[in-house]
Design a protein around this ligand. Structure first.
Ligand code: C2E
Ligand code: MG
Ligand code: MG
Length: 500
């Protein structure tokens, strides 16, 4: 009897495993296909722009030509810059204007048969700290965010992408695992086995590239709901075995799990960093920033734990926690100061979540506060994908909330989507401060960003101001701008924000 039960359980688990693996493989193929179609879109945009850049009638690098380059970037979704090239040097670009003396084009990593040269990861011209991927052909060049392709790959995949050229292949990018694709036949839609794992292969029909991908942790097959059903089915036929399954399904004590526990037991704290008007240093608001000290007493950087919460799908809970806490801690102060605004960082998923705005409105009504008391910050990257984001942002603004693009200037085509996406203000990323600290303000595109923001009627907050010299530079450039940084104040506890 016991033997029969164990056998039935094992058979059920085995059938379950086969079913789950098959389904996972189908899903993997879809994820790879998704990458290929999105990368095709970027490639098409880059190639069209290259042709356009190279086909101008204006004198090379004249003022009209530089404006034309800017228009090309503005009308694109993914391009960061467009530049003119002569004798292997950049002479002007949409971001830096005329470049004197001209800067050498970086050594390419890869050249195609039709003469396009690719440099995959090189310092971006005019954007301190940023990396770019440069494509150059003849007298034209365009650049993209260096990570634009890898960021489009689903984080659950182990993958490699190769560029195919005649009989040659070249590895374009890959996750950590060694997936040797250089010599094996690649067929779109097929599968191949490497090191005992099944990889789905998807190829672009336009741009000669292929991706091979497998889900990162195949053992997680045991945690699948389908698997659970098969297991239970087996157990019902027989008996016992529950312990074994539950231990198989037991999840590791991951960072996400620890964070969830901290969140639910109220162990996360909020600090507030004042935001001042640069012209008179008067405090106009503050940004709410989350702090987490883990069980071992170590403080974990929000950059790290926020992305875990995003990946694990509970960032919405975090955002709501922050809003509740801000209203609980600062409600009285904010009621007394209707002009003071606290900004909260939100994720793209919050903006797309239809229940988010009603939640926020209900909490504000309870707290007796106007919508203007809470502003929302979204990072540049999260705004990169969709029209839906634009609609979500519009709803928040109609309800009376100010919406800010956070960390502006670090990621995607910095200027282009701004003209399409209607927000109230941009927060200029602190990487721009570094350039000023290094005394090389001629290398920064800060003046172009400020000029563009003014044209578009956007307010500005300059982030990460640590020194008087940086504050002075931006005060001259943008007299109405607000500033945030250690020069004015580090983030402080609620009790110290307005206090003595
Ligand atoms: P952020 O929204 O751009 O926040 C500004 C970051 O710059 C904060 O880092 C702040 O402490 C830091 N900072 C401010 N002034 C200076 C300065 O003068 N010099 C330097 N070196 N740094 C300065 P923090 O608190 O580590 O937060 C990092 C990022 O984590 C935030 O960047 C934000 O994207 C995210 N984050 C923080 N709290 C939350 C939250 O409640 N929800 C969400 N979704 N994201 C959050
Ligand atoms: Mg922020
Ligand atoms: Mg920021």
């Amino acid at each position: 009897m016991l033997g029969g039960a164990v056998a039935a359980t094992l058979v059920a688990l085995w059938i379950g495993e086969l079913t789950v693996r098959r389904q996972q493989h189908i899903d993997t193929g879809e994820l790879a296909e998704n990458y290929i179609s999105r990368s095709d879109k970027i490639n098409a945009e880059a190639i069209t722009a290259l042709v356009e850049v190279g086909s101008g009638n204006d004198a090379i690098c004249s003022t009209t030509e530089v404006s034309r380059l800017r228009r090309i970037v503005l009308s694109s979704q993914y391009l960061k810059t467009a530049s003119r090239v002569r004798d292997g040097h950049f002479y002007c670009s949409s971001t830096a204007g005329s470049i004197d003396p001209p800067v050498p084009v970086p050594e390419p990593d890869f050249s195609t048969e039709n003469g396009s040269n690719f440099t995959f990861d090189t310092p971006a011209l005019g954007v301190p700290g940023a990396r770019a991927m440069v494509i150059e052909k003849g007298s034209a060049s365009v650049s993209l965010n260096a990570h634009v392709y890898s960021e489009m790959v689903d984080s659950r995949l182990d993958y490699a992408v190769v560029a195919v050229q005649g009989t040659q292949r070249r590895l374009f990018m890959a996750s950590g695992t060694n997936i040797p694709l250089e010599d094996v036949p690649l067929q779109n839609g097929e599968s191949m086995e490497i090191g005992g794992r099944l990889f789905a292969v998807r190829c672009s029909t336009i741009y000669n590239s292929c991706m091979a991908a497998a889900l990162r942790e195949p053992p997680s097959v045991l945690a699948s709901p389908v698997m659970l059903e098969f297991g239970i089915f087996g157990l019902l036929i027989g008996l016992s075995g529950g312990l074994a399954v539950s231990s198989m399904l037991g999840r590791s004590n991951s960072l996400g799990r620890q964070l969830r526990t901290a969140l639910r037991s109220g162990k996360l704290r909020i600090v507030y960093q004042p935001i001042v008007r640069l012209s008179d240093r008067r405090r106009t608001g503050a940004e709410a920033l989350l702090r987490w000290t883990d069980a071992t007493g170590k403080s974990v950087s929000p950059d790290a734990f926020i992305s875990v919460a995003e990946q694990d799908g509970f960032i919405g809970e975090i955002t709501r926690f922050v809003i509740n806490r801000v209203l609980a801690e600062l409600g009285d102060d904010l009621r007394r100061r209707p002009d003071f605004q606290v900004t909260v960082n939100v994720a793209a998923s919050d903006i797309l979540d239809n229940s988010f705005l009603p939640f926020l409105q209900a909490r504000l009504v309870e707290a007796g506060l106007a919508a203007a008391s809470i502003g929302l910050e979204v990072t540049e990257r999260t705004t990169a994908n969709s029209r839906e984001m634009g609609r979500g942002i519009a709803r928040l603004r109609e309800a009376g909330h100010k919406v800010y693009i956070d960390d502006f200037g670090t990621d995607y085509s910095s200027l282009s989507y701004l003209s399409r996406l209607r927000v109230d203000a941009i927060k200029i990323n602190r990487t721009f401060m570094q350039a000023l600290h290094d005394q090389s303000d001629k290398d920064t595109i800060a003046p172009q960003i400020v000029a563009m923001a003014e044209v578009l009627g956007l307010s500005m907050v300059i982030e990460g101001i640590e020194e008087e010299q940086q504050a002075a530079y931006f005060l001259t450039l943008a007299p109405k701008a607000l500033g945030q940084g250690w020069l004015f104040s580090k983030p402080v506890e609620a009790a110290r924000l307005f206090g003595v």
